[in-house]
Write a protein that binds this ligand. Structure first.
Ligand code: IVH
Length: 710
């Protein structure tokens, strides 16, 4: 009985604490606790809720990491239709809009100008202060119930703050993907060879429609609310309603502004037209609303949109320039992307020389030909795109363009998969950019994380014929690498002289040797199976346990795994039928890479966190480093603003401690560290045969495995 009462109280307490921390972090930009502490509390709550589900609160923050996947979203009718807005690109229309309203109302009134967020609209229902339903706009009268997905958006309150809110009401707003999340997502997609999202709006809408909330949680969406609905809302002014909503815990953003005159509206537009590029999310215009909602009903709505509001949309910036040629990029997975090389032209403040041409179908549909004058637009898209051809300027003799039939890099005949618009080079084993891409993916941070091989070194090893596939990394010897030299051109166009001196060679070999401690799921991700990203690699590693079991799995067995669809299943089976891949795997195995899944007590506990290690410990410093890396942490040589923890042993210098304190970086003792990773690892688990136990000798960056220097 005692225990039950305690559990209930602790669940309530943890829920409240986590709620407060989430609000502070996502809406007030303040961290009240470290990520580590937050995760610890969340885990404690999860465990308690598992044991005492009867005390789980309907607004529990554990829902933020994702509830049960759904097969199909339920369709639900909106209580009030979700209208769209009349929109315009012209200021004259705004002048007309203003004149019309002033005439109709016959009384002075203000506007509220808001940003027009470029996402997808959402309608949230709260009952007794708790989020009960989230619907997409759908066709305006009925939408999809995406409640589970919306609950993962940290800025959407699961329970309201303060009080004074109606017993039941709806609030509408926009779900969007911040630019930073978008870039991270596209980088991830690029890594696993999936098509990229063209803009943040598509990415937000694609994410909100995922059937697994846990995946949505990884997409880091955001949500701004701008429209309170319900007879029970008594406050008549829209601006005040936004303020009320903010008091209840909604993210309204403080970008909106009351504008008394049309000139004020124009000033607001001018300001944001320039400033939009500095916002952390995309907007595609400005929304102008009558402030006094008592006028809303008087002005009424047309069939599609209210008369009391209008959207002013920013024009996509567009220029005309000459298409000099079309070239092609071949990616890691063999995808061939056509790129337009343009006569340099200024567009929206940047000089554009290249633009996306997407695929053969689009080239054909627009009938674009090298030598043509083309319209280039920069909308919400990352890369400017060609939107049309100015036929009146086509010169005689400009020939029709036929898409390439062979790979520009290796000459192999291109293939087109059924149902896909893109062309692929099938020569996975012999096409240089594909091979280089695979090598680079293998050493990348989330894969084997061999950063000593970055900065063009991998490419150099490939060009020198030392590394042709990922297994070759583990055969490298000191004498292969020493004194290699080459001039390379960095991404910034600057030329650098690369020469492998003693120290570089040691670093490379140490990095490679250290990578052998990466867990199986990272190896699985690193070998670059199409569609197998980090998450899928984890799921597969956990499910099958060993590489052999995975290699022998049938298509059907793969499909049975939750989160594995047919595309992934066929990609995996196809990968392992290739003799070359099987040979690489057996060489990686022989080199000592982990090919078995290990259920770790503290798996990924230190995931991506930056650590500085200082002082002496009960085991060697090298071992401590290996433990940090094994549990997903990253090592840094000195304290910086990016450091998450200082692991301080005995004799840690007072300067280091002071610096950490100044930067608010938690100082972790050896025993605290072991507690963080679920207990002290067995004494020999992270020891290296060649390693000296004396701290002084370790400081000399000795090779981790002597055999590499034979
Ligand atoms: S008000 C009845 N305010 O733009 C009016 N809409 O083209 C409801 N949007 O469907 C909409 N930012 O998805 C409003 N500050 C804002 C907005 C906004 C973006 C979207 C919304 C709407 C579309 C209309």
């Amino acid at each position: 009985m005692e225990n039950l009462a305690w559990a209930k109280e602790r669940i309530t307490e943890l829920t409240g604490l986590l709620e407060r921390y989430t609000y502070a972090y996502y809406q007030e930009d303040t961290s009240l606790v470290s990520d580590y502490e937050f995760d610890r509390l969340l885990r404690e709550l999860e465990e308690l809720e598992d044991r005492y589900p009867q005390f789980r609160l309907p607004y529990s923050p554990t829902q933020r990491v994702g509830g049960e996947p759904v097969k199909n979203f339920k369709t639900v009718y909106h209580t009030v239709p979700m209208l769209s807005l009349g929109n315009t690109y012209s200021r004259e229309d705004l002048t007309e809009f203003d004149a019309r309203l002033r005439k109709l109302t016959d009384q002075p009134f203000d506007y509220v100008c808001e940003l027009k967020y470029d996402g997808l609209s959402i309608s949230l229902t709260y009952k007794n202060g708790v989020l009960t339903q989230a619907l997409t706009r759908g066709d305006g009268s009925k939408g999809d119930d995406v409640t589970g997905n919306v609950k993962t958006i940290r800025s959407v309150p699961l329970r309201l703050k303060q009080n004074g809110y109606p017993e039941q009401f709806e609030i509408r707003g926009e779900v969007l993907m911040p630019k930073s999340s978008f870039e991270a997502l596209n980088r991830q997609k690029e890594e696993i060879g999936e098509p990229l999202f063209a803009n943040t709006r598509n990415a937000a809408s694609g994410s909100l429609k995922l059937q697994d909330p846990a995946q949505v949680a990884q997409r880091h969406l955001d949500c701004f609310l701008y429209f309170l609905i319900g007879d029970s809302i008594t406050e008549p002014l829209h601006e005040k309603r936004l303020q009320l909503a903010a008091c209840w815990g909604f993210k309204t953003g403080n970008y909106y502004k009351r504008c008394a005159t049309l000139q004020d509206v124009f000033n607001y537009i001018d300001y944001w037209e320039k400033e939009r590029e500095n916002l952390p999310f995309d907007i595609d215009g400005i929304v102008i609303k009558v402030n006094d909602t008592s006028l809303w009903s008087r002005l009424g709505t047309t069939a599609k949109s209210p008369r009391w509001a209008i959207a002013y949309k920013f024009k996509a910036q567009r220029v005309l320039t000459r298409l000099n040629s079309i070239s092609f990029q071949v990616g890691r997975t063999g995808a061939v992307t056509p790129v337009a090389n343009l006569e340099a032209v200024s567009l929206g403040g940047t000089i554009v020389k290249r633009a996306s041409l997407h695929n053969a179908d689009i080239i054909q549909k627009m009938d674009v030909r090298p030598g043509d004058f083309v319209y280039v637009e920069k909308g919400g898209e990352v890369i400017p795109k060609i939107v049309g051809v100015e036929l009146s300027r086509r010169e005689a003799g400009v020939k029709e363009y036929g898409f390439i039939t062979h790979c520009p890099e290796c000459g192999a005949a291109l293939v087109r998969k059924e149902g896909e618009a893109g062309h692929y080079c099938p020569n996975e084993e012999g096409c240089p950019p594909q091979i280089k891409g695979k090598l680079e993916h293998f050493i990348s941070r989330k894969a084997m994380d061999i950063d000593s091989l970055g900065e063009g070194k991998t490419e150099l090893l490939y060009e020198k014929g030392l590394v042709k596939n990922v297994a070759d990394f583990y055969d490298l010897r000191y004498q292969d690498l020493f004194a290699i030299e080459k001039t390379i051109e960095g991404k910034d166009g600057e030329k650098r002289q690369l020469s492998f001196k003693e120290k570089t060679v040691e670093n490379i070999l140490n990095g490679i040797a250290r990578s052998k401690t990466r867990p199986f799921e990272r190896v699985l991700y690193a070998i670059g199976i199409r569609y197998v990203g980090e998450t899928t690699a984890k799921v597969l590693a956990r499910h099958f346990g060993t590489i052999d079991a995975l290699m022998n799995a049938t298509f059907e067995q793969l499909c049975e795994v939750e989160e594995v669809g047919e595309a992934i299943a066929s990609s995996v089976t196809e990968f392992f039928t290739r003799e070359q891949e099987r040979q690489i795997i057996s060489r990686l195995k022989a080199a000592g890479l982990r090919m078995e899944y290990e259920e770790k007590k503290g798996e990924n506990l230190l995931d991506g966190k930056n650590w500085v290690i200082s002082g002496t410990f009960s085991r060697s410093r090298e071992e401590m480093k290996r433990i940090v890396e094994y549990f997903g942490g990253k090592l840094q040589s000195g304290i910086s603003s990016k450091t998450d923890y200082l692991l301080a042993g005995e004799k840690t210098g007072p300067e280091k401690r002071k610096k950490a304190e100044k930067e608010n970086i938690p100082i972790i003792s050896e025993s605290e560290f072991y507690a963080m990773i679920g207990g002290e690892p067995a004494p020999d688990l992270f020891e290296s045969k060649e390693e000296s136990q004396s701290a002084e000798r370790e400081e000399r960056a000795n090779p981790v495995q002597g055999s590499l220097f034979d």
